[in-house]
Design a protein. Structure first.
Length: 340
């Protein structure tokens, strides 16, 4: 019903307006708890064989929701009832910010992709904490953290430390986002010296807590092999728990649009099926480079069970979806798990 009736109607409207409308509906159903058993019955598929333990956390299944959809942790319970093994919220920054000017979200319908230049629009980390405190389900939550646009890179460590300390007691793991293409100069933090400084500071801060939370690094798909080698060295040196591969790409290859159409979309990160191949290549490279010793969450172009298998066989321990949830609807996780 979603693909043939609901999606064609939704896709007639502006993508960001549809996102706002959809989250309004999700928030409504989340508040009316009488619907919870029905939603679980419709969308969840529970089976012990899907469970797996990664970086000390026992996940009910390996399919999570990537950061970017629920930026402010507004619908974590209802999304969990839709079958996700975990929900990654954010990216969140210390202070609320509006993000980049609109329009900033575009559908690549011919290729089942998206281009976004949202720019970390969010209500700030303190508001996110308030939302997470209201959680009533047992869904596993990852907190994806970033820096404010106005914060220069030389002071970025302070923003990430503020995020970590605010979220630490309320999330199951922390994801470090230094790979979004939509915040000016953010990707420069992936370079060896600033990244080592950042991850060292965060791991040292994490050690101050009685219960340390896994810290993961989310990387771009546009890195060279040499840069990936540096990433591996830094992850090993700092002792963080894993890597999320990958974020959106700034490349525009593999899509059926003219140069004029691509230019009209403008800057931004591309997700969905067009990034599938490159994300798998990065996962496979990192897995071989680390002999599979560093857990990887695979993200990028996952639409069906075959895509999940591809990422797991390449070396991922878990996967996350984002664009396919928009194209395939709320039953997509159950459908994938049934075929797995």
């Amino acid at each position: 019903m979603y693909k043939h009736i609901i999606r064609p109607i939704l896709f007639k409207f502006n993508p960001e307006s549809v996102h706002g409308f959809t989250f309004g509906v999700l928030r409504f159903f989340q508040k009316i708890r009488i619907f919870n058993p029905l939603i679980r019955a419709l969308y969840q598929k529970q089976d012990k064989k899907f469970e797996r333990e990664v970086f000390g956390i026992k996940f009910p299944n390996p399919i999570g929701l990537a950061a970017g959809l629920d930026k402010d942790a507004e619908a974590i319970d209802i999304l969990g009832f839709m079958g996700f093994g975990f929900i990654e919220v954010g990216t969140v920054t210390p202070v609320a910010q509006p993000g980049n000017p609109k329009p900033r979200l575009f559908r690549l319908i011919r290729n089942q992709g998206l281009i976004n230049r949202m720019g970390f629009n969010n209500n700030g980390v303190e508001q996110m904490v308030k939302k997470i405190k209201q959680k009533y389900s047992k869904v596993i939550i990852g907190g994806n953290i970033g820096k404010n646009k106005v914060t220069p890179n030389e002071l970025a460590v302070n923003d990430y430390l503020k995020d970590l300390n605010a979220l630490h007691d309320y999330v199951d793991y922390i994801a470090i986002n230094i790979s979004s293409p939509n915040t000016p100069n953010l990707r420069e933090l992936q370079n060896k010296e600033p990244l080592t400084k950042l991850l060292t500071a965060l791991t040292e801060e994490n050690k101050k807590y009685d219960v340390q939370k896994p810290i993961l690094l989310k990387i771009a798909p546009d890195l060279t092999d040499g840069q990936l080698d540096d990433i591996v060295d830094i992850v090993r040196a700092t002792g963080i728990s894993g890597i999320i591969a990958t974020n959106t790409t700034i490349e525009r290859g593999g899509i059926d649009y003219s140069e004029e159409e691509i230019k009209a979309f403008g800057n931004g990160g591309m997700s969905g099926k067009p990034v599938k191949k490159r994300s798998t290549e990065v996962i496979r490279y990192l897995s071989k480079k680390t002999n599979g010793e560093i857990p990887i969450i695979g993200v990028g172009g996952i639409f069906d069970a075959d895509d999940v298998r591809e990422k797991l066989e390449a070396g991922a321990s878990l996967v996350e979806i984002f664009t396919s949830f928009i194209y395939n609807g709320p039953a997509c996780v159950k459908r994938i798990l049934k075929k797995l």
